[in-house]
Design a protein around this ligand. Sequence first.
Ligand SMILES: Cc1cc2nc3c(=O)[nH]c(=O)nc-3n(C[C@H](O)[C@H](O)[C@H](O)COP(=O)(O)O)c2cc1C
Length: 325
Amino acid sequence: MAGASGGALAAEVTAAGAFGFLAAGYLDPESLQKELALARGIFDLAASDRLPVGVGYLAWKLEKSMDAEAEQMLAVALDNHVQAIWLAFGVRIDKWIRYIRTYDENHRRTDPTLIFVQVSSVEDAVVAVKNWKVDVLIAQGNESGGHGYRAAPPILTLVPSILHALPDGAPPLLAAGGMSDGRHVASLLTLGADGVVLGTRFLATTESLYTEAQKRALVAAKSGSTVRTMAFDRARGTLEWPAGIDGRALYNSTVKDMEEGVDIHVVKEKFKKGVQDGDPDRMLVWAGSGVDLISRVSSAKDVVQELHDVAVERSKVSRKFYTGN
Ligand SMILES: Cc1cc2nc3c(=O)[nH]c(=O)nc-3n(C[C@H](O)[C@H](O)[C@H](O)COP(=O)(O)O)c2cc1C
């Protein structure tokens, strides 16, 4: 999660038994290296040891850079021997996959970097599996916090549609979007996903890079508090996303003013001040539709444990329903 998951969050999620990704997002190579070093320190690993976290890249950011700069960003993760690289939101994802695979071949890696690609349509899923031969596919539903495809179907529709279209022997499919607790996890596994991805729930952790004000806003959010919008990208000037993308965030006066056509300069000024002051009515808080079920800020470890326990409990209930045992 760009701007939210650093080395501490990723490492603590993995240490708790899930698998954590830190975001390369808007970072430069030096800052990315710092976050990776932080993660490595938490595991107490030597520099040559494989790092059991992943790094997520915004493919469009790589595509806006010169090739050498983009490759340098990817090489930071690869030199750190991370276990996985996540790619999304670009038009040349195949190019970055080729770079990663060539790097692994040139370094004679016996345990190649796993490539995760996030998609929001059946068509993109088929390309990722058949043409790019990704190792793990993520289906991102419309409920998701942060950026995504405006036309993405709800996760309940997207997961079965993708499973139906994929050939036998397709890689694992993870479901993403709108999940906050173990009941959501159990339902997506029942639907046929091999695993799940949670973003927003981990924003409200002690390790996330979100500010205290943003975390408080997440805890206070109600059902129906989120909206898909480009208002915040307009307010902060991040408009280089590929066509068809917007982001789900908490609705506030920044969005309202944009909708009502208030002068963009005025909205930008108020937004800037709102971010400085931690004003929930102006600042940006990306959030998925399941945000209302987040009732407190916890450690990443506690979140993973609780998700696991409740998911196992709910799975037992559904098994009982079907078998009568
Ligand atoms: C703050 C934030 C930042 C995100 N940044 C990225 C990103 O850099 N790359 C990406 O592929 N997805 C990103 N996402 C989307 C997640 O990968 C995932 O699809 C989403 O969080 C799942 O929905 P949920 O937030 O409701 O759990 C981000 C989500 C959030 C909330």
